[in-house]
Design a protein around this ligand. Structure first.
Ligand code: ADP
Ligand code: MG
Length: 354
């Protein structure tokens, strides 16, 4: 009798353990929300991914991929492709990683399309102003002219077979700050999709990219940052609803020389006009691109900001499935035709112009 009791006790125990296993397995396989914030590419990135444990794994893989891209494309990381290319300017071609080659090739294509509004050889100007360093300053006209002579995307020589990049003149340098985050966003999305993720919202320091829709089936609602939030007290100037899209913004509010701004009200920001060597002043304080590919959106948002409303929106209007928003210094909002009906006003300080 005693033995039977013990046997029964163990049988029940085993069944209980099995049930526990099954239940915990089910729980971890149901749709969960996975969030992560981290610092990469000089900015804070926030990921929200929906799915089971494999989605969480894919999220970590995507983050590792972003760090890998950063290690190739950073202008400061020791041994990055970009640092090597810049060191070898005027001396010899440098063999680079496929990713770096792809991004530089894209950037040069956008350089041509925009007639040099996007020019990755802007590095000597970026360094002169020290805008991404902790000691920014307003340089003299003479200094600007000297460095400007080194800026020319036509002098980036690419060898597709050898995967080499060569800058023709000594002193030249490239900076992928205007486009690398877009590439990183596309890669993160590719990894998540390949792992079966159907719903995600990634924010790479203001470059937003989404997979599918919100888990409740509605489009993701993306608030676009108010470029004058300190004046208006509002976080966004409009909200857009998107599925499977990227929303990338550029503006004079992201990075500027604060000491000079506080003294004079003049905003020397981080997006340069490659024709003048000064921060771009084409009448805009912010702009946004909405499309499917984030590398395209990143390039085009910088281009729109440098070109300004008329020329910039005209260029975007001529491209397929790409929408743009331009916010002027007068706080007027202009958009491409495709967005006209759908823009939701969310802030009285701005006026949407039809
Ligand atoms: P953010 O990096 O804030 O999202 P952008 O995508 O517009 O903004 O990129 C700005 C960065 O690109 C600058 O910090 C600088 O490194 C670089 N840059 C500035 N002006 C240009 C330009 N005209 N063409 C190419 N790169 C630029
Ligand atoms: Mg950009």
């Amino acid at each position: 009798m005693e033995r039977n009791k013990i046997k029964r006790f163990f049988a029940v125990l085993i069944v209980l353990i099995l049930v526990l296993f099954l239940v915990s397995g089910c729980i971890s396989n149901t749709q969960g929300q996975h969030d992560k914030s981290f610092f990469a590419m000089d900015t804070v990135m926030t990921f929200r991914v929906y799915g089971d444990r494999s989605a969480k794994k894919a999220m970590n893989k995507a983050i590792d991929r972003i760090k890998e891209i950063e290690s190739h494309m950073s202008s400061t990381h020791k041994d990055s492709d970009v640092v090597k290319i810049n060191k070898a300017a005027g001396v010899e071609p440098v063999k680079v990683h496929d990713d770096t080659f792809y991004v530089i090739k894209k950037a040069v294509e956008y350089g041509k399309l925009s007639n040099g509004a996007l020019d990755i050889t802007i590095r000597p100007i970026v360094e002169l102003w020290g805008i991404t360093s902790d000691k920014p300053r307003v340089p003299s006209q003479e200094e600007i002219e000297e460095k400007l002579a080194l800026v020319d995307y036509n002098k980036v020589v690419l060898d597709e077979d050898k995967k080499t990049v060569f800058l023709e003149n000594e002193g030249m340098g490239i900076d992928l700050g205007a486009i690398a985050k877009g590439f990183a966003a596309d890669e993160a999305v590719r990894i998540l999709r390949e792992a079966g993720v159907e719903s995600a919202l990634l924010n790479l320091g203001g470059n937003v990219i989404t997979i599918g829709s919100n888990p409740d089936g509605r489009p993701w609602r993306i608030g676009i940052q108010d470029p004058r939030t300190e004046e208006t007290g509002q976080p966004h100037f409009t909200i857009v609803g998107v599925t499977d899209a990227t929303v990338v913004s550029s503006g004079d509010y992201e990075r500027y020389i604060e000491e000079v701004y506080e003294k004079t009200g003049e905003r020397y920001h981080h997006i340069f006009d490659p024709r003048t060597g000064y921060p771009a002043q084409a009448g805009l304080i912010a702009c946004t691109i909405i499309t499917s590919s984030s590398i395209d959106a990143d390039a085009l948002s910088t281009i729109l900001f440098v070109m300004g409303r008329e020329e910039g929106l005209k260029l975007i209007e001529g491209l397929d499935n790409i929408e743009g928003i331009a916010v002027t210094t007068d706080k007027e909002i202009y958009t491409t035709e495709g967005l006209k009906a759908s823009l939701i006003p969310s802030n009285d300080n701005y006026r949407i112009v039809d």
